[in-house]
Design a protein around this ligand. Structure first.
Ligand code: ARG
Length: 478
């Protein structure tokens, strides 16, 4: 009964089934099967190269591993909790097929370096998927820029109308945020893309293996130089989960950015704002209030951010004060990582069509634009241009706004004489900065919402996104 366990030799008692059930991870780590098999094939090929396996044995192993992969993909593979994790399942299936030849695969490796390698392959793949989705999200925002070219939105601070901004400026704001997220992922990938395999349990191996060979086969290479990237310290390689922490942190920031966007759109699509029409296909109704069309998708995107933060928190606490090197605690790294990836992916997949399909209500927006004195800052800067110190200009415009409020008029409807009573420096040119359209057009600084600036940025984004043939360097190795 004890004999098929990987560690059976020294044991005289069979494992308690309750322990098997408690310690298993195959219920969640089975999704690593393709990466585990890919790692095993590269390992076997290396073992054959250095003479620890014959060519024939290696071919048998490769062939059998491909068959096992197919069996898992097709749903025919039998998973059993007593075989603990995905690595043991695959190895057991291999030895069932090949006997002693299968029993050679684990030469010069341990599950500790094996699981670290598998996770790195999986994370690398996930980075590429998430990056691809972020790119689509950016494209959706850039497309909106052209569609909403004529639209000016009230920009807010403290959720109070502040200054007018072009809708395109608002969309490109998200392109910038998500670009930083992409840059972070690409930077994280450099540290993910290092091979732990060959570190064995914690100390390395006495066998003459070729780790560079495995690294090249698995694409653990520097994209610039083509040099294999191999971990330099076996203790570090089997204990390190920094790469997961930083990856999940990057996912948290993506979720945070999505939550800000979702929150804005929840507000904008409310009756109180009325800026945005969400497609009905993306709304849900109420079981009791027939008139409701609720923005549940956006609310859930906002909410799921909490989950991803929870995943990061779980990982941070998991890693804290673990003694070197491998501890079984590390098995618990997987559920939060998988959850964070699945959650962010799902949010991105639903955000993209929503961004493409929602419609701004230009009429409702423009009505609000002329209320709230959004052009006051532009007027203040106009007075600065006429030689007034900023503090004085600010105070004068404050008084003028107060006067206009009492009269129930926007600044642009005051006569020059009325303006000059409080701001004697003003001349006819003052009207060039009053009203939302003019306030925007008067902008000049780099990075501002000036129409020329924004147009330039739209073109830059279009060129940048079109130039990306592949998002990240290919990981196919050889
Ligand atoms: N399922 C384990 C994990 O995810 C694999 C490594 C097991 N290693 C060990 N020494 N028990 O961490």
């Amino acid at each position: 009964m004890v004999s098929w366990k990987a560690w059976a030799g020294v044991f005289t008692q069979a494992t308690d089934p309750r322990v098997e059930e408690f310690t298993e991870s195959v219920s969640f780590d089975r999704r690593l099967f393709a990466e585990d098999i890919r790692g095993s094939i590269a390992h076997a090929q290396m073992l054959a190269k250095v003479g620890l396996l014959s060519q024939q044995e290696c071919q048998q192993i490769e062939q059998a591993l491909h068959e096992i992969e197919e069996e898992i993909r097709s749903g025919r593979f039998l998973f059993r909790p007593e075989l603990e994790d995905i690595h043991m399942h695959i190895e057991r299936a291999l030895t069932d097929r090949l006997g002693d030849v299968g029993r050679k695969l684990h030469t010069a490796r341990s599950r500790n370096d094996q699981v670290a390698t598998t996770m790195r392959l999986w994370v690398r793949e996930s980075i590429e998927q998430i990056d691809g989705l972020l790119r689509h999200l950016q494209e959706a925002f850039v497309e909106r820029c052209e569609r909403d070219e004529q639209v000016i939105l009230p920009g807010y601070t403290h959720l109070r109308r502040a200054q007018p901004v072009l809708a395109a400026h608002y969309w490109l704001c998200y392109c910038e945020k998500f670009q930083r997220d992409r840059d972070r992922l690409s930077d994280c990938r450099r540290r993910v893309n290092v091979l732990p395999l060959g570190s064995a349990a914690l100390a390395g191996t006495t066998l003459a293996i070729d780790r560079d060979e495995v690294a090249c086969r698995l694409g653990f290479v520097d994209p610039q130089t083509g040099q294999p990237q191999v971990s330099a310290n076996s203790l570090d390689a089997v204990s390190d989960r920094d790469f997961l922490l930083e990856f999940v942190f990057d996912l948290v920031l993506i979720a945070e950015h999505l939550s800000t966007w979702a929150e804005d759109w929840i507000l904008w699509s409310s009756q109180e704002f009325g800026f945005l029409k969400l497609p009905e296909a993306f709304c849900t109704g109420s079981s009791i209030m027939p008139q409701k069309r609720n923005p549940d998708v956006l609310e859930l995107i906002r909410a799921k951010t909490a989950r991803v933060i929870g995943d990061l928190q779980a990982l941070l606490v998991l890693i804290k004060a673990l003694p070197l090197a491998y501890n079984r605690d590390l098995q618990e790294d997987k559920p939060p990582v998988f959850d964070a990836v699945d959650t962010v992916r799902a949010c991105l997949e639903i955000a993209i069509p929503l961004i493409q399909e929602a419609e701004l209500d230009a009429g409702a927006i423009s009505e609000r634009l002329e209320q709230g004195y959004l052009d006051a800052t532009g007027l203040m800067e106009y007075l600065i241009g006429r030689g007034l110190p900023q503090r004085t200009a600010h105070e004068r415009v404050g008084r003028l706004v107060r006067r206009a409020m009492e009269m129930g008029l926007p600044l642009g409807s005051l006569s020059l004489e009325q303006i000059q009573e409080i701001c004697p420096e003003a001349d006819q040119g003052v009207f060039q900065v009053l009203g939302a359209q003019r306030a925007v057009s008067a902008m000049q600084s780099y990075g501002s919402t000036s129409p020329a600036e924004v147009r330039r940025q739209i073109e830059l984004w279009k060129t940048r996104l079109a130039a990306e043939t592949t998002c990240l360097p290919s990981d196919t190795g050889q």
